[in-house]
Ligand binder design. Structure first.
Ligand code: SF4
Length: 455
């Protein structure tokens, strides 16, 4: 049996899981990133980039399991298709199982259909917050509100969903790292909603949900999931904006409802962090709000002004210091390409400087996607914004990795928008990460294909 995945973290997760459920099962790893080329085991876990041209070395297998199966190209091209075609030639009876949390493509619909490699649904699962994909600033729980629920009456025509104890207004988003968290929607939309590249909460008028509804949701989720909930992500866009008077009962209810709760997190902007007093932040931390996801996107003040972030680099440094003094961790997001061709190098250098100054626990780089309907897309169409080439985006990434110097940050660049999924710790793994970027820049490692990028 062969398990395929596209990033090192997924390979490691699969190996850990197999070790836990079947400790006596010999498992091989085949991944250049992990420096392993084990073949001939009953089960091999392989990175698709390492193995896709080596079907003959792998030989006949009975079953291939593809993690993140939505990455199999819809047509005849791509690494997965190439490799699976070879596997089928070697063993025409080979079976393929795909795992995905995002089984739908915008253009072609379900990835599972009678004519596809994946032609039948074997099993569907719903867990707290899931049916979310691993994309986006986060991804989504679309759906239609069931009739008769009180929130539907309150909020009128919003597209909402009721899914196993969760009631969401519109599409909701969470960071990839909150994939297993209970998602609680305490605010709707983003209180800022001006960033020129962002269509995330387009059409959602910002409002705070009535407290009794939020508490009711917690009670419903408690009955549904109880002790299974270890992490809670409070949405929408910048839930930190809520007044302390609302946060307190919510955090208290979360602690009382989920006995195994380890962490509460939310998105935050520098502005709403700065608007809280040190005492308020300390109180939020005491009650369990531990991690803030902040997207400065750039450290370059010219870029920040152009993308209408609403705060400059000095504001972000001050906000980060305030959060740190309150004992909160930060997960920072920078956006490759945000400075365009014109500010590409300044954007990269200043972002590295800001990442150092903010000193986060988690640091990630995403890549700007030009979404139709956003101001930046319009600027691009009229030639007033120019997206850097893929190589230049990688050069920005290289500068960020080379020059950012946090005390000890987990670095991730594995978001679906990125051309090169990489990760590690900074500064510890700097040289290894730089080597991977250099390998991609010199053509030794392929970029993620355009069709498979997304938010
Ligand atoms: S603060 Fe975040 S959610 Fe709000 S508009 Fe900017 S990027 Fe979008």
């Amino acid at each position: 049996m062969l398990v395929l995945a596209h990033v090192r973290e997924l390979l490691e997760q699969a190996a850990d899981k197999l070790r836990a459920v079947a400790p006596d099962l010999p498992v091989g790893l085949y991944s250049a990133g992990l420096k392993r080329r084990d073949l001939g085991y009953p089960v091999t876990i392989a990175g698709i980039q390492s193995v896709y041209q080596r079907g003959c070395d792998v030989g006949a297998v009975d079953l291939v399991i593809v993690d993140e199966a939505h990455l199999i190209a819809p047509d005849c091209e791509g690494m997965y298709r190439t490799f699976l075609a070879d596997m089928q030639q070697i063993n025409p009876q080979v079976r393929v199982i795909g795992l995905t949390a995002t089984p739908f493509r915008m253009k072609s619909g379900s990835i599972c259909s009678p004519d596809n490699i994946l032609n039948e649904i074997c099993y569907e699962v719903g867990v707290p917050g899931v049916r979310c994909g691993a994309q986006g600033w986060g991804t989504v729980l679309p759906g239609v509100w069931e009739p008769g629920l009180r929130l539907a009456d309150v909020l009128g025509a919003d597209r909402s969903t009721y899914n196993q104890g969760m009631r969401y207004v519109g599409t909701v988003y969470r960071p990839p790292s909150e994939a297993n968290s209970y998602l609680l929607q305490a605010t709707i939309g983003c209180s800022w909603n001006h960033c020129t590249y962002c269509a995330t909460y387009e059409g959602k008028q910002f409002r705070v949900r009535p407290l009794d509804e939020t508490l009711e949701d917690i009670a419903i989720a408690g009955r549904e999931f109880g002790a299974r909930v270890r992490k809670v992500f409070v949405m929408d866009g910048d839930a930190l904006v809520m007044e302390l008077g609302l946060w307190e009962p919510i955090l208290e209810a979360l602690r009382a409802t989920f006995p195994n709760l380890r962490r509460v997190s939310c998105y935050a902007t520098a502005m709403n962090l700065l608007a809280k007093t040190p005492e308020e932040l300390r109180r939020l931390r005491e009650l369990g709000l531990e991690l803030l996801y902040i997207g400065p996107e750039s450290g370059d003040d010219v870029t920040l002004k152009r993308i209408a972030k609403g705060a400059n680099s000095a504001d972000h440094v001050e906000a980060a210091a305030k959060a740190r003094r309150a004992g909160m961790k930060q997960s920072l997001i920078f956006l490759l390409g945000a400075g365009g061709v014109e500010r590409s190098m300044e954007h990269a250098t200043a972002s590295a400087r800001l990442a150092t100054a903010m000193d986060p626990t988690f640091l990630s780089a995403l890549t700007l996607m030009l979404i139709p309907s956003t101001p930046i897309h319009k600027l691009a169409q009229t030639g007033r914004f120019q997206m850097p080439s893929v190589e230049d985006l990688l050069r920005e990434l290289r500068i960020l990795v080379d020059e950012a110097n946090p005390s000890d940050a987990i670095f991730r660049c594995n978001h679906a928008s990125n051309y090169l999924p990489i990760g590690g710790r900074l500064p510890r793994d700097r040289e290894a990460i730089l080597q991977q970027i250099d390998a991609a820049l010199s053509g030794e490692v392929p970029f993620r294909e355009e069709w498979s990028r997304g938010l």
